[in-house]
Write a protein that binds this ligand. Structure first.
Ligand code: T5A
Length: 228
């Protein structure tokens, strides 16, 4: 298996990864639901079994996508409308898939990704009002529609998540995280609705418990995918 070269389609990789031992797992959920914590715990558990794991995040994961992350989340100015945001997230994802995710899957590694396409569907779609069809069309153009094998959706009351974030970050918020409660409630509802449309891909985990209990549930939900 050769790595996918920049400029080539990832469609072949999508077909081929289904035959390989590597798996593409994304973590989704609202702000502060515990995605980064659980992604790290899963990666550590897999590595302890001798599995090659690439842990990464969106927006980001490659130098180009990290530059777009800065544009999206921290650059001073008036911010972006939902359409511009969706295009920037899709562009970052395209670079991320082509240069990091697809090559890792093609060599049989596991990819554990902190946010992916479903965040665009929930934030720019549910929160920002774009249609799911438009967001999936951007994903088809940018990343040949590459989907994770499994998506772990961490569900948590936004009020509890806000308390956790305040404990960690104090008053600091990024441009999207700082949007109002109504926006984040729409994002939360959108994640749950998206998960219902793809029950074979999604596992929903109650993230209100302690991190170890959540981790155990995630391992159990991925049991069929885990290396023997
Ligand atoms: N976005 C992203 C879009 O709008 N569209 C897109 O397509 C994409 C890809 C990304 C922003 O971009 C938006 C969504 C976001 O607004 P980010 O900095 O990556 O920004 O933001 P988050 O993904 O929300 O990252 P956070 O770090 O804020 O949240 P996590 O990763 O869900 O939470 P985590 O693990 O860092 O935990 C938060 C705190 O809670 C503690 C942790 O120690 C930490 O202090 N914690 C727990 N406390 C109690 N019990 C538990 N079980 C806990 N688990 C973790």
């Amino acid at each position: 298996m050769t790595a996918v070269e920049p400029g080539t389609t990832v469609v072949t990789a999508q077909r081929e990864i289904d035959r390989l031992s590597g798996r593409f797992i994304s973590f989704e959920g609202g702000e502060g639901a515990g995605k980064s914590t659980q992604a790290r715990m899963l990666a550590d558990a897999l590595r302890a079994q001798g599995t090659e794991v690439v842990i990464t995040r969106e927006p980001g994961g490659t130098p180009g996508a990290e530059a777009i992350r800065t544009l999206l989340l921290t650059t001073e100015g008036t911010g972006w409308n939902a359409r511009a945001e969706a295009l920037l997230f899709a562009a970052a994802r395209s670079d991320h898939v082509e240069r990091l995710i697809a090559p890792a899957l093609a060599r049989g590694a596991w990819v554990v990704c902190d946010r992916y396409l479903d965040s665009s569907r929930a934030y720019q779609g549910g929160g920002g009002g774009l249609t799911d069809a438009d967001l999936l069309a951007l994903h088809a153009i940018g990343s040949s529609g590459l989907l994770p094998h499994r998506t772990v959706l961490l569900t948590l009351d936004p009020a509890i998540a806000a308390t956790r974030i305040a404990l960690r970050d104090g008053d600091a918020v990024d441009r999207i995280g700082g949007r109002d409660r109504a926006y984040h409630d729409r994002v939360d509802a959108a994640f749950r609705a998206i998960a219902r449309t793809a029950p074979d891909r999604f596992v929903q985990i109650d993230a209100s418990r302690n991190a170890q209990a959540i981790h155990r549930d995630i391992l159990a939900s991925l049991a069929a995918d885990l290396p023997a």
